[in-house]
Write a protein that binds this ligand. Structure first.
Ligand code: SF4
Ligand code: SF4
Length: 320
């Protein structure tokens, strides 16, 4: 099948420092990789779970495709910048091995820029050349990539941990993954169907029902599971009771309540004032904790994120 992606879209992504891998995958330097290498700071996932920011590859096998068009999303969506394409017209998929190798190669290209930077932490840069973690979360819906389980398995075989983020609209695909990720995230950014339609703008039929099916069988996963809620001021921060019902049903290991960040292509859709402050995220999370029996386990003010769990401490995957 011919790749229907407009060249202007690829240009726009390259301008935003995306590395396009093959026909439909991508890698982007996470802000926290840079912070770790140059400023000795790290992301909240290092704080919460021990994932080292400087050894993390942020990638997606679904750069141009998604089943939702969330208003807060940082990815380029059909219609942004007057560029149009069909986000659900899926391509012939690249092989797992070409995506793994292409992603690691892109990460090497990203790291090569640090050799000439006098502020680089050389020990960390050495370690960064041997990445240990893959965040399958950059943009798009990864469960659209047919051999997703094989992709996860291929990273595991190389000794990587994997965090997979899905929007939950493909429950049958998740159910047949074959290989579970190290940690599974399901984005839940609405307390009910009405808000879901407005904020997440599904592009597939029965998406709310499908998301609920995913939440129904989330307890069957052996890996730690997370409900991640991106909070947008004035759009989806009310009705904590609605969120509590979804959390109770899915019984995730964690809930991450996180502020919308005014970055990437979301700037075309939402104003800066839509970002809640950390204290507002904490108030939301605390109220959710009260209603669900979870407790506030950790928080990170830089990223405006609060971690809830019923555990005493989070499962850690590294020594950081
Ligand atoms: S875990 Fe996420 S936030 Fe942290 S470095 Fe990797 S991509 Fe960035
Ligand atoms: S599901 Fe994820 S990638 Fe898709 S539009 Fe929403 S935030 Fe963006």
């Amino acid at each position: 099948m011919e790749n229907p992606i407009p060249p202007q879209l690829v240009q726009a992504l390259l301008k935003q420092k995306y590395h396009v891998v093959g026909r439909h995958s991508g890698v982007k330097r996470c802000k926290w990789l840079n912070e770790a290498l140059v400023h000795d700071r790290h992301c909240y996932k290092q704080k919460f779970y021990g994932i080292k920011s400087h050894q993390c590859v942020q990638m997606t096998p679904s750069l141009f495709y998604c089943t939702q068009q969330c208003v807060f999303c940082w990815r380029a969506q059909n219609g942004d910048l007057q560029i149009g394409w069909d986000e659900m017209q899926l391509p012939d998929w690249d092989s797992v091995e070409s995506i793994v190798q292409g992603s690691l190669h892109a990460q090497e290209r990203i790291l090569s820029g640090y050799k000439g930077n006098s502020k680089t932490d050389w020990r960390k840069l050495r370690e960064a050349h041997a990445p240990r973690h893959v965040a399958i979360s950059l943009t798009g819906e990864p469960t659209l990539y047919e051999p997703l389980g094989d992709l996860i398995r291929a990273f595991h075989k190389r000794g990587f941990t994997t965090f997979l983020v899905t929007n939950g609209t493909r429950p049958s695909k998740l159910a047949e993954l074959g290989e579970e990720p190290t940690q599974l995230y399901v984005s839940v950014c609405a307390p009910n169907e009405e808000v879901y339609r407005r904020v997440c703008r599904p592009q597939v039929s029965d998406a709310w029902t499908k998301l609920n099916q995913t939440l129904d069988f989330l307890p069957s996963f052996k890996c730690p599971t997370v409900i991640r809620t991106t909070l947008v001021k004035g759009l989806n921060m009310d009705n904590v009771d609605g969120y509590a019902r979804l959390v109770e049903k899915a019984a995730p290991t964690y809930v991450e309540a996180k502020a919308y960040m005014h970055v990437g292509f979301s700037n075309l859709r939402l104003g800066y004032e839509r970002m809640p402050e950390h204290r507002e995220v904490l108030a939301f999370a605390s109220s959710l904790a009260e209603k669900t029996g979870y407790k506030v386990l950790d928080e990170c003010t830089d990223s405006r994120v609060v971690l809830l769990s019923k555990r005493e401490s989070a499962v850690r995957f590294g020594s950081g």
